[in-house]
Write a protein that binds this ligand. Structure first.
Ligand code: BQF
Length: 285
C-alpha cells in the first residue's frame, strides 16, 4: 500500500504562502498581474484557464482574461501579446496551449517578453533552465519537484525515469531531476523494452498521454510514482497515465488524478507571477 501525495493540499499551502507576498507587493505599488489568453473553444482548455483565473483572483492578483475566437488571425494574436508585453499592470503572460489549427505556437511563444513568460516556454527561459540559472521554472515540472520536497522524497543518486519527452513536461522534468542529483532516464514512444526501464525506477514520472498506461507490473516495489497524465477513461472519468489501483499496491508514494500534480501546476504559475512582479519591483528600485 502506498501513501497518497495530496497535491491539492500542498497547492493550497503554497498559494497561502504567496498571499502575503502578493499583498506586500501590492502595498509597494506592484500588484501582481496575470494575463491569460485563450483562443478557441476547447473545453479542457476552458477549464484550465478558469482554474488559473480563479487562483489569481484568490491571491488578490490583477487578472486579465482575453478570450479569442478559434479563427483569430496569427497577426491579431501576436498584436495582443505585444500589447500585454507593454502593459505595466501585467507581469505574467500565458497563452493557453494547444492553439487552434493554423496558429504557430512557436511564433506566439517567441513574441512573449521573456520577463513575463511565466510558463517558461520562451527559448531564453528554456536555455536558462538548461544552465540551471532560471528566473521561472516550467510549472508542471516545478510542481512535481515541490511535491517530492514536501513529502521528504530524496532525489540524490536515485534512478528517476520520465516517460514522455515533451518540451512542456518530459524534457524540463528531466533537467530539474538531474539538477537535483538524480540519475535520469527519459523514455518515449520509440523506447524499446519500456517495462525493463520503468522497473528500475526509484522515481517514475508518467507524462505519456495514455489513460492507465502504467500498470503495477511495470513498477518496482517501493517506487515513487508521479502521474502527470490528464485523460478520460472508458466512462469519461478523469484519470491519469497510471493505473492507480494496481500501481498503488507497489508504490511507496503515488499521486492521484485529479488532486495530484494538476493543482501544483496552478500553484507554480502563481509563484512565477509573484516572482515576476518582485523582479519588476527590484529593477525599479
Ligand atoms: C486537479 C494541462 C494537459 C494539456 C494542457 C487541477 C488542473 C488540472 C487538474 C489544471 C493542464 C493540467 C493545465 C487539477 C492546467 C493542469 O485537481 O487534478 C488543475 O488546470 N492544469 C493546462 O493549462 O494545460 C494543459 C494538461
Amino acid at each position: 500500500m502506498s501513501q497518497i501525495i495530496d497535491g491539492k493540499a500542498v497547492s493550497a499551502k503554497v498559494r497561502e504562502g504567496l498571499k502575503g507576498k502578493a499583498a506586500e507587493l501590492t502595498a509597494k505599488g506592484v500588484k501582481p498581474g496575470l494575463a491569460v489568453v485563450l483562443a478557441g473553444d476547447d473545453p479542457a482548455s476552458a477549464v484550465y484557464v478558469r482554474n488559473k483565473e480563479k487562483a489569481a483572483n484568490e491571491l488578490g492578483f490583477y487578472s486579465k482574461m482575453i478570450k479569442l475566437p478559434s479563427d483569430v488571425s496569427e497577426e491579431e494574436l501576436l498584436n495582443i501579446v505585444r500589447e500585454l508585453n507593454n502593459d505595466d499592470a501585467i507581469h505574467g503572460i500565458l497563452v493557453q496551449l494547444p492553439l487552434p489549427k493554423g496558429l504557430d505556437e512557436k511564433k506566439v511563444i517567441a513574441e512573449i517578453s521573456p520577463e513575463k513568460d511565466v510558463d517558461a516556454f520562451h527559448v531564453q527561459n528554456v536555455g536558462k533552465i538548461m544552465l540551471g540559472e532560471y528566473d521561472f521554472l516550467p510549472c508542471t515540472p516545478a510542481g512535481v519537484m515541490e511535491l517530492l520536497k514536501e513529502y521528504g522524497i530524496q532525489t540524490r543518486g536515485k534512478n528517476a525515469v520520465a516517460i514522455g519527452r515533451s518540451n512542456i513536461v518530459g524534457k524540463p522534468m528531466a533537467m530539474l531531476l538531474m539538477h537535483a542529483d538524480a540519475t535520469v532516464t527519459i523514455c518515449h514512444s520509440k523506447t524499446e523494452n519500456l517495462a525493463d526501464i520503468t522497473r528500475r525506477a526509484d522515481i517514475l514520472i508518467a507524462a505519456i498521454g495514455k489513460a492507465k498506461f502504467i500498470t503495477g507490473d511495470m513498477v518496482k516495489e517501493g517506487a515513487v510514482v508521479i502521474d502527470v497524465g490528464m485523460n478520460r477513461d472508458e466512462n469519461n472519468k478523469l484519470c491519469g497515465d497510471v493505473d492507480f489501483d494496481s500501481v498503488s499496491e507497489k508504490a511507496s508514494f503515488i499521486t492521484p488524478v485529479p488532486g495530484g500534480v494538476g493543482p501544483m501546476t496552478i500553484a507554480m504559475l502563481m509563484k512565477n507571477t509573484v516572482k515576476s512582479a518582485e523582479n519588476k519591483l527590484l529593477k525599479r528600485g
